[in-house]
Design a protein around this ligand. Structure first.
Ligand SMILES: *Cc1c(COP(=O)(O)O)cnc(C)c1O
Length: 481
């Protein structure tokens, strides 16, 4: 680990520089004294090589899908094909100025128009806006469109129903749109309780927002009944499409009765994910919501593509320019590479992989709900907790064994939840190594729980006080003992 243990500031040596500038060929013009700083800036004085070596070393401490298996449930951490990266870097896309006149941006507009069309077809929706920058913003846009729709009908509904198994963004984006969030309790098997739902459905309810397959990795068997029940009360139904990776080419939200759904391009459609980089959360709607789509909408007339801003009922603009365009290029390249059959195979293999993992692990861990599951499975470490080992401990120990951790403590309704999503891009050998590690940890729980409580011990940073690490991050590198 030598060389990792110093900040770039500590490599500083007075007078050392990383640049060489030509002599100035214009007369010096002194700045007014009030503009001149009193003390030199506290910047590190290092050579170009110091900088390159320091940051290259740091970059090798990264953990990512290109280096390791990443079973983070709900997040669909699948391989990002490099072909998509090459496509996004084509100068005609990457260097196109967003304000270039439409006649000179026909290729980019065509790509956006066709991607929106592909996503609409995949989800059985009538129109798609590519603008939202994340699933959460897709939710927000969808709820705003639902609100605008109810208002256009002369209705003022005030509540949105969200199951207790929902991802945190669901109640958050709903509340941000000005609605009261009402939690609907799930049955013990994670399915929507229809009696409970019926009790909540009244004329104050604007929408029901639900994830399919749900966050326990199960397909709601009575989903069509649910969307019909909602529609009978004038309630719009929103599908959180974060789990679309499980149903591509198998079923479509639109066919199940949904009015709105979002797509996480950084999950299902392989655009890079995490680390605060840009995402994309396009949102699809049925015809009755189309007038409310964010502006601008990409249109096609004969062979010309254009941006339509004249949409008086639109909820407005959501993003700078046209959304995260580079992500749209990547997702388009992916969809066109896979084709319809390829996309269906994605979901079939994602489901196969998740069931393989669940079968191998169900002997040593409790399963949140009996399988078969869809594209992810949720375990509970309640058996291990009785021996003093929690889901957090297991997640930390996995880091020592060379794996990223599954999602923990989500969904909230599962005690000591460990949510595993292997994705279709992992080989059986990788899944086996991961399962072996999980089984080893279950054994260690019985024999050497102390080892697990100390984990991780092989990572650059050891076990942290997680609350303190989040609230008072200390980004200084501490020397290993
Ligand atoms: C990831 C996720 C979201 C939020 O999507 P972002 O793109 O991260 O904003 C919403 N719901 C579920 C179930 C998710 O997994």
């Amino acid at each position: 680990m030598s060389g990792y243990d110093r900040l770039i500031f500590e490599l500083s040596s007075p007078g050392r520089e990383a640049y060489s500038l030509a002599e100035s060929d214009v007369p010096a013009a002194p700045l007014p004294a009030s503009y001149v700083r009193k003390d030199a800036p506290a910047l590190p004085e290092v050579s170009e090589f110091d900088v390159v070596r320091h940051y290259s070393r740091l970059s090798r401490m990264n953990y990512g899908v290109d280096t390791h298996f990443y079973p983070l449930g709900s997040c669909t951490m699948k391989y990002n094909p490099k072909l998509n990266e090459d496509t996004a870097r084509l100068a005609g896309f990457a260097r196109l100025h967003p304000l270039v006149p439409e006649p000179l941006a026909q290729g980019a507009l065509q790509l956006m128009h066709e991607l929106a069309g592909d996503l609409a077809e995949i989800a059985g929706m009538d129109a798609v806006s590519l603008q939202p920058a994340a699933g959460a913003q897709g939710e927000f846009a969808g709820v705003l469109m639902i609100r605008a729709y109810h208002r256009s009908q002369g209705e003022k509904r005030t509540k949105v129903l969200v199951p207790d198994s929902a991802h945190g963004t669901n109640p958050a984006s709903t509340a941000l749109a000005g609605y009261e969030v009402v939690e609907v309790k799930s049955q013990p098997n994670g399915e929507v309780d229809l009696d409970e739902l019926a009790r909540h459905l009244d004329t104050d309810v604007a929408a029901f927002m639900i994830t399919v397959p749900n966050t326990l990795g199960m397909f709601e068997p009575r989903i069509v009944e649910i969307t019909e029940m909602c529609h009978a009360k004038g309630v719009q139904v929103y599908m959180d499409g974060a789990n679309l990776n499980a149903i591509l080419g198998i079923t479509r939200p639109g066919d199940l009765g949904f009015d709105v759904c979002h797509f996480n391009l950084h999950k299902t459609f392989t655009t890079p994910h995490g680390g605060g980089g840009p995402g994309a959360g396009p949102v699809g709607v049925k015809t009755h919501l189309e007038p409310f789509l964010p502006v601008p909408v990409v249109t096609k007339q004969e062979d010309r593509y254009a941006l339509d801003w004249k949409r008086p009922k639109s909820i407005g603009k959501l993003q700078a320019f046209w959304g995260n365009f580079g992500m749209l290029v990547r997702a388009y390249a992916y969809i066109r590479t896979m084709g319809a059959d390829g996309l269906r195979a994605v979901s079939e293999n994602a489901i196969l992989n998740a069931n393989y993992v669940m079968k191998r692990l169900e002997k040593v861990y409790d399963i949140a709900v009996p399988g078969p599951c869809m594209h992810e499975c949720v375990l509970s470490a309640r058996r291990q907790k009785k021996l003093g080992v929690t889901a957090t401990d297991i997640a930390k120990r996995l880091l020592d064994l060379g794996f990223y951790a599954p999602s923990t403590y989500f969904p909230l309704i599962v005690e000591e939840a460990l949510m595993i999503e292997p994705t279709e891009t992992e080989a059986k050998e990788t899944l086996d190594q991961f399962c072996d590690a999980m089984i080893q940890i279950a054994r260690e729980t019985e024999s050497s729980a102390a080892l697990i409580h100390d984990a991780p011990v092989t990572t650059p940073v050891k076990r942290l006080d997680q609350t303190k690490a989040a609230r008072q991050p200390d980004l200084r590198w501490t020397r290993r003992p």
